[in-house]
Design a protein around this ligand. Structure first.
Ligand code: S3P
Length: 447
């Protein structure tokens, strides 16, 4: 349990652990590489260590380089014989991406997970992988999942659910098996898998569909805008695409930085995050901050392994509410818990829709948020696919529940700093999933 008290001032320049999504991909791609991958800023969070452990189990050698980098040396051959038992812990990304890799490879594994991961849906990957010819046996749509690798068939897939994990599982299955894959996204999701395959190997291309503008035949003064395809992006992995190896310097995790930027937003003060990941599929939170009244400045932009990053300076201001729905919700999927906390301190009603996916994250995040906001005296309506949060009153301190979910614990730790009285978080150790440094960083900006 952690006790947190309200603070008056926050300020500071901090760095985040390496981006969780990018680190998972570096660890898991090393299973398929031909040469070592050297990774700087590999995060120490439990989820990414789970992917590293899984890679080790499949034969990858993990060593430390002279400058603190993590060197991942691929195996000569993947394990043969009995199924490798891989405990994916709390990590949906490990379970789903690894399933794709094993499905298209020459090995086999049984993937299990903790209580939370064992309730999360796996049919979303099992179905398309089975359509590629993979041999998978799930447990009523959940883990444990047995995956027996085999040669897969070329595959074309229009994503029924906006999920980077599902997209990546299919791409990695194609990569492992050497077969071509084409994926069409109706809603664009994070593209770290595509960028890393391009940076370390090749044989992958993307086509972004642009709207077409034409004269309106009914009124020559007007223009008509339409999408020429029923999807927004097409990703093609060529048959025989492969990963060589190379080096990656992982930018700071923008989804973790979001908690500290929220502290700036709520307090009206300034937080600076150095070398923060700025992949355009992940920066919707910065746009959100601008739209609700914060100033966001970006300096020292650079590109690292195809991934943009830079220094981000956020200064809060009087906060307005804003509706979040449709494609915007997908771009903010991991930031909704902290957006809900910001909403409690903003004037007006914040409505969040198209967020049913949050029911199947590390916890049912819609229920967890509504529960904790209620404890602060904030009126929060639980909608079928979202939340309606009435902000603008002074939220009180409370004894918050983390629901075993790192992002819920971090979001309500930030809320505690600006509540009218002291608070507690029941299980603060859960932040170790993505950011074991979280409370030290909080001390840095409040001390
Ligand atoms: C992730 C994708 C998202 C996100 C998760 C990490 C990834 O999940 O919520 O934290 O690294 O691909 P979905 O792809 O299931 O939406």
């Amino acid at each position: 349990m952690r006790k947190l008290s309200p603070v008056k001032h926050i300020s500071g320049t901090i760095s985040m652990p390496g981006d969780k999504s990018i680190a998972h991909r570096a660890a898991l791609l090393s299973i398929l590489a031909r040469e070592p991958i050297s990774v700087r800023n590999f995060p120490s969070g439990a989820d990414c260590q789970t992917s590293l452990g899984a890679a080790r189990q499949l034969g990858v050698t993990v060593a430390s380089g002279d400058d603190g980098e993590t060197i991942l040396t691929p195996p000569e051959n993947l394990p043969s014989g009995s199924d490798t038992l891989v405990d994916c812990g709390n990590s949906g990304t490990t379970a789903r991406l690894l399933s794709g890799i094993v499905a298209g490879s020459s090995t086999s594994a049984v993937l299990s997970g903790d209580e939370s991961l064992s309730t999360r849906p796996m049919s979303r990957i099992v179905k398309p992988l089975a359509d590629m010819g993979a041999e998978l046996f799930d447990t009523e749509g959940h883990l444990p999942l047995t995956v027996r690798g085999k040669k897969l068939l070329p595959f074309e897939y229009r994503m029924p659910v906006a999920s980077a994990q599902v997209k990546s599982a299919i791409l990695l299955a194609g990569l492992a098996s050497g077969c071509s894959v084409t994926i069409q996204e109706k809603i664009i999701t994070r593209d770290h898998t595509e960028l890393m395959i391009a940076a370390l190997g090749g044989g992958i291309s993307t086509r972004v569909i642009k709207p077409v503008v034409e004269d309106d035949p009914d009124d020559p003064r007007k223009k008509k805008r339409f999408m020429p395809e029923p999807f927004k992006k097409e990703i093609t992995l060529a048959s025989g695409a492969s990963i060589a190896g190379g080096s990656i310097d992982i930018p700071g995790d923008i989804s973790t930085a979001a908690f500290f930027f929220a502290a700036a937003a709520i307090s009206g003060q300034t937080i600076t995050v150095r070398r923060c990941g700025l992949n355009p599929t992940r920066t919707a939170f910065l746009d959100f901050l601008k739209q609700i009244g914060c100033a966001v400045e970006i300096t020292e932009k650079e590109l690292s392994g195809g991934e943009p990053c830079g220094t981000v300076i956020v200064t809060g201001g009087p906060l307005k509410s804003r509706k979040i729905a449709g494609d915007s919700t997908v771009g903010l999927i991991d930031e909704i818990p902290i957006i809900a906390v910001i909403a409690a301190f903003a004037k007006g009603t914040t409505v969040i829709r198209d967020a049913a996916e949050l029911k199947v994250k590390e916890s049912n995040r819609l229920e967890a948020i509504a529960h904790n906001l209620g404890l602060m005296g904030i009126s929060c309506g639980l909608l079928e696919d979202g939340l309606a949060i009435e902000g603008g009153i002074d939220p009180s301190g409370a004894d918050f529940k983390s629901f075993g979910d790192h992002r819920i614990a971090m979001a309500f730790s930030i809320a505690s700093l600006f509540a009218t009285g002291p608070s507690t978080i029941d299980d603060d150790s859960v932040v170790d999933i993505s950011c074991p440094e979280f409370y030290n960083l909080l001390d840095n900006i409040t001390g």
